[in-house]
Design a protein around this ligand. Structure first.
Ligand code: SAM
Length: 552
């Protein structure tokens, strides 16, 4: 006797099943990862393919009933096995369409298919029994394909592996919920990229046998868009908490005192308030708190005033004058003019010139991020240079490194008088080989150098002012001399990450300057008669750009 086939599939769902099947058949793990997460490099894709190979593509279909669906699928060449109930998709649709979960009948079937490399994968078919009153759900889901996804199966059910894979994917696709499937004893994490051009690749499932509550909880937390936004919006609180710690010299005291009453007494702080600040600093990773008391983490140690390359002055600048000018960012964006002058009544450099204490702190703070200078003497060979001229060299941090590494070289530090006044201590060890020259780089620069340095100077100015500085250099530099520019470079492509991106806004607020791409610097140099001859990366996302006078 022939069994009645009662499930009916629409032509649209048959086509959607075929598309999901083709997605698997036309791809392997590497090619699907390359399309879904183009920023993964080959080595990262290969690692992902080992630890989490492609396992299935999923599609949600809408037969009138689930009865006889297996036979109907077989007629379309899909050999699906037994149906199991879906709870995760059912609950999501229940929430999405405000329909009681008990009214939704959703089953999962799996049909074997092979990828283009001949590896066995599956077509995961979610089927929702769709009586006429749920036709609107079917129409909406078919249109948006929200449940479509492709899946990677974690090869080793291990929390560290799962955590690492999750982190790698979450840097490219937004965490988008997940759950523990009791029927299959599997932890399922979803990711989403709403901007992915191929709808079938907008959603990724990472599937791992076993229950991993901690990884799942972290994923769920990151999946709530509000949490991420709250963290971003309260970033200024972290700035202030760190600045307050620096002002109270808390990091210095934490080097020898671990208990709260002792720390409160040493810093002159209210004990309960200090306890709350310490809890926040612990959450920020600055302080480590245990039964033994409080201690600095490695990160927090950089805030000690006696630390090599101490970042304490930067903490005070970012939580002090720069914090105030950033509060007027809206003005800067509206007008295109720096907010620092609006807040303090004078341009950054004029304000520094009139406030020696602040100038001292500023130059200490510039030196605090001079980790970008550590590589300069390795990347550039100064041994043939008789004289190195550091144009607007501040307190001489870079020049002192160059002269220390090159005992036969002499240096000229050129800057405004108030800046030179801060240089004595930095240059003490090389003072016999160094001359301090007050001047204005819009008028002239010393003329006898072999190498000229312009470190973190051009980003203070707009293109017109940069042109003036560069043409002054070109007019005064000997023909053979080389110009080295040290700056952070904005990425040439949108969306790429670099410290230059936030610093560009910082320059807008505080000096009216800007960060630039390498091609922007190449063009500025060319207009001033220089040719860009090389570019080398430095720490903290900086680069050294090498240029010579254009003889063409
Ligand atoms: C951001 S700091 C960079 C200092 C140093 N090159 C460094 O990387 O640490 C910019 C420097 O430009 C100097 N400056 C500003 N206007 C100047 C001018 N017209 N002539 C010479 N130096 C100037 C400032 O005094 C300051 O030291």
């Amino acid at each position: 006797m022939t069994r009645m086939i009662t499930a009916a599939l629409s032509a649209e769902d048959v086509a959607r099943l075929a598309a999901a099947r083709t997605l698997i058949g036309a791809n392997d793990t590497d090619s699907i990862l390359a399309s879904a997460m183009p920023s993964l490099n080959g080595a990262e894709r290969a690692a992902l393919a080992v630890h989490a190979p492609l396992t299935h593509a999923a599609v949600l279909i809408f037969p009138t009933t689930l009865d006889g669906l297996g036979e109907e699928l077989a007629r379309h060449g899909l050999d699906a096995g037994a149906m199991t109930p879906s709870t995760v998709v059912r609950d999501r649709l229940s929430r999405r369409y405000a329909v009681p979960a008990a009214d939704l009948a959703i089953g999962i079937l799996r049909a074997p298919v092979t990828d283009r490399a001949g590896r066995r994968c599956e077509l995961e078919i979610f089927a929702m029994a769709t009586p006429p009153e749920f036709a609107h759900i079917a129409a909406d889901e078919r249109l948006h394909g929200r449940e479509n996804h492709f899946a990677l199966a974690v090869a080793d059910a291990d929390p560290i592996v799962l955590h690492g894979l999750r982190t790698m994917i979450a840097a490219r696709m937004r965490p988008d919920g997940g759950g523990y499937n009791v029927h299959e004893d599997a932890t399922v994490l979803y990711f989403r990229d709403a901007h992915q051009p191929a709808p079938a690749l907008r959603r990724l499932e990472l599937n791992c046998a076993g229950q991993f509550a901690q990884v799942l909880a972290e994923h769920q937390r990151e999946s709530e868009p509000g949490t991420g936004l709250l963290r971003l919006m309260t970033g200024a609180w972290a700035t202030q908490a760190i600045a307050t710690a620096a002002e109270l010299r808390l990091p210095d005291h934490l080097a020898t005192i671990a208990d709260l009453p002792g720390l409160a007494a040493a810093t002159g702080a209210d004990q309960d308030s200090l306890d709350r600040l310490l809890r926040y600093l612990t959450a920020l990773g600055i302080v480590h708190t245990s039964a033994a008391g409080h201690a600095l983490t490695d990160l927090g140690s950089l805030l000690r005033s006696d630390a090599e390359g101490s970042m304490r002055p930067l903490a005070l600048m970012y939580g002090g004058p720069f914090y105030q000018s950033f509060a007027a960012l809206t003005d800067a964006v509206r007008t295109g003019e720096e907010s620092y002058a609006r807040v303090f009544g004078a341009h950054h450099f004029a304000h520094m010139a009139a406030n020696p204490g602040l100038a001292e702190l500023f130059h200490q703070s510039m030196a605090a991020s001079s980790a970008m200078f550590t590589e300069v003497t390795r990347v550039v060979d100064f041994s043939a240079a008789r004289i190195v001229v550091d144009v607007a060299g501040g307190n001489g941090e870079l020049l002192s490194r160059v002269l220390t590494a090159n005992p036969a070289t002499r240096g000229v530090l050129m800057d405004r008088p108030h800046a030179l006044a801060t240089a004595g201590q930095t240059l003490a060890a090389v003072a016999d080989r160094c001359t301090l020259v007050p001047g204005d780089f819009t008028e002239s620069v010393p003329a006898n150098g072999d190498v000229y340095l312009l470190a973190r100077v051009l980003h203070d100015w707009d293109d017109t002012q940069c042109h003036t500085i560069l043409t002054t250099c070109a007019a005064n530099m000997p023909e053979h001399a080389e110009l080295l520019i040290i700056e952070r470079l904005l990425p040439e492509t949108a969306g790429a990450d670099s410290l230059a991106v936030p610093w560009d806004v910082h320059m807008l607020c505080n000096v009216g300057g800007r960060e630039r791409t390498e091609s922007h610097y190449r063009a500025l140099l060319a207009e001033a008669g220089f040719q860009l001859t090389g570019s080398h990366p430095l720490p903290l996302d900086a680069h050294v750009l090498r240029a010579r006078r254009d003889r063409a």
